[in-house]
Design a protein around this ligand. Sequence first.
Ligand SMILES: [Zn+2]
Length: 186
Amino acid sequence: MRPKPPPDYLANYPSSLTEPVWRLIKEKRLGEVLLRKYPLAHEVRSDKALYDYVQAFKNQHMRNAPQPSKVGFDAKLRDLRQALGTHTSIVRVQGGKLKNKREIHVAALFREMPEEFLRMIVVHELAHLKEREHDKAFYQLCCHMAADYHQLEFDLRVYLTHLAAGGEALWSSPAVDLPPSPKTDD
Ligand SMILES: [Zn+2]
């Protein structure tokens, strides 16, 4: 059985944008180019830090959107096709009423990335609190929160392409020793 080809994260972009990326991969220079553009990893490493980061964005731009009931990094989101996050609406019965619970799960992969990429995924997920589909209204909301949203999404997809092509993770920092996170599973 042959292995499945990696997903093409750049499938929806014109070749004028994607050809330089494929060329850099071939020349084994894409990692270096990405690191030059985004030299620093962010420091949002825990679920608590992510919650605060999301909340600050929400307070600034989306005060009236529904409050997510849960925010966290999700190690189960391993499939890179899901790395753009999921937006789950869980319908629960509370006190005889149906309640729509919204949760923001960010793939654990984003724990070790530049702040710009984390911002992109958080903006994407916050926009889904108001708009479910990836339509015009959705992207307008994204650009309202991050004016360079489209560039950031493209650059993130370039990084995922780098990983899918067998490239090394660029922002993982073995120098930073993280204490083991306490088990808070309920
Ligand atoms: Zn989405």
